[in-house]
Design a protein around this ligand. Structure first.
Ligand SMILES: CSC[C@H]1O[C@H](OP(=O)(O)O)[C@H](O)[C@@H]1O
Ligand SMILES: Nc1ncnc2[nH]cnc12
Length: 288
């Protein structure tokens, strides 16, 4: 099987261009409809699938994004490598608006979302100690470096519930924890990609200094949109650079992403809920 690159576009990235045979396809999943149709096609001979996380026209809030449906849809299409693009606030002076940061860790502070495909009748536990695929993240760094933006390799993304931005006290708290950037959508997306055994990496497009910086106004949507729009072309250039780095047949991920479920399922075969087994067929069928 050949590789397929999936891209989930965040605020400011609702389409990608240059795909051959570009077609918007509708998909259904046991978890409901994805955020939007998925744009499929190929780029430099590599199959691609693009999904705007909030839907075209930005209709889903960070809480109501159908994260499980989105990941299931990517898996249905055969996506092996999933690259998330997210607008984030910076929690460190050195990470300036306009820069890109290739995430390698998360702190999950979200609390109002379904975070797992597993559940009663089919219990599973995967490791998210290293939630990002280091191999894919390395390719994202290389791709980002071709675009001329300032790229930072590695950093911790704190995922907040939103939709309001943080208070200054919260922003200072997250800084004291050592977090590098803040956003509202990185989780549970990364955890679900791991459950679905899809390699996942996140390109954080820094749009603001949140509200802690003494020399910058507190973040608002106008700031985020202005920087995200300026950077959307760079994000598209980055995506266009990925096929050359990732082309070729799929093999087992050396980081273990493609075997994340090897020992994850706890429920005894005789006790598994048939309805859950059916729901999890796409994401976990390999081990069920
Ligand atoms: C428009 S500001 C807040 C909004 O932007 C980010 O979205 P995404 O991660 O999808 O790029 C942030 O997480 C919030 O959802
Ligand atoms: N400061 C911020 N906080 C949360 N999400 C964001 N997305 C972009 N900037 C953000």
């Amino acid at each position: 099987m050949d590789r397929m690159i999936g891209v989930i576009g965040g605020s400011g990235l609702y389409e990608i261009d240059g795909l051959e045979d570009a077609t918007w396809v509708s998909l259904e999943t046991p978890w409901g409809a994805p955020s939007d149709q998925v744009l499929t096609g190929s780029l430099s001979g590599v199959k691609m699938a693009f999904l705007p996380r909030h839907g075209r026209g930005h209709v889903h809030t960070p809480t109501t994004v159908p994260y499980r449906a989105n990941i299931d849809a990517m898996k249905q299409l055969g996506v092996s490598d999933l690259v998330a693009v997210s607008a984030v606030g910076s929690l460190k002076e050195a990470y300036a608006p306009g820069d890109f940061l290739i995430v390698d860790q998360y702190i999950d502070r979200t609390f109002a979302r379904e975070k797992s495909f597993f559940g009663p009748g089919l219990v599973g536990h995967v490791s998210v100690a290293h939630p990002i695929c280091a191999r894919l993240a390395g390719h994202c760094t290389s791709a980002a470096q071709t675009t001329g933006v300032r790229v930072h390799q590695g950093g911790t993304y704190i995922a907040m519930e939103g939709p309001q931005f943080s208070t200054k006290a919260e922003s200072e708290l997250y800084r004291s924890w050592g977090a590098d950037v803040i956003g509202m959508t990185g989780m549970p997306e990364a955890k679900l990609a791991r459950e679905a055994e899809i390699c996942y990496a996140c390109i954080a497009m820094i749009t603001d200094y949140d509200c802690w910086h003494p020399d910058h106004d507190a973040v608002d949507v106008a700031q985020v949109v202005a920087v995200a729009q300026k950077n959307a072309a760079k994000a598209r250039d980055l995506v266009a650079a990925l096929p050359a780095l990732l082309a070729g047949p799929v093999s087992d991920c050396p980081e273990g992403c493609s075997h994340a479920l090897d020992s994850a399922v706890m429920t005894a075969p005789a006790k598994r809920d048939p309805e859950m087994m059916t729901k999890l067929k796409t994401v976990a069928g390999r081990v069920l």
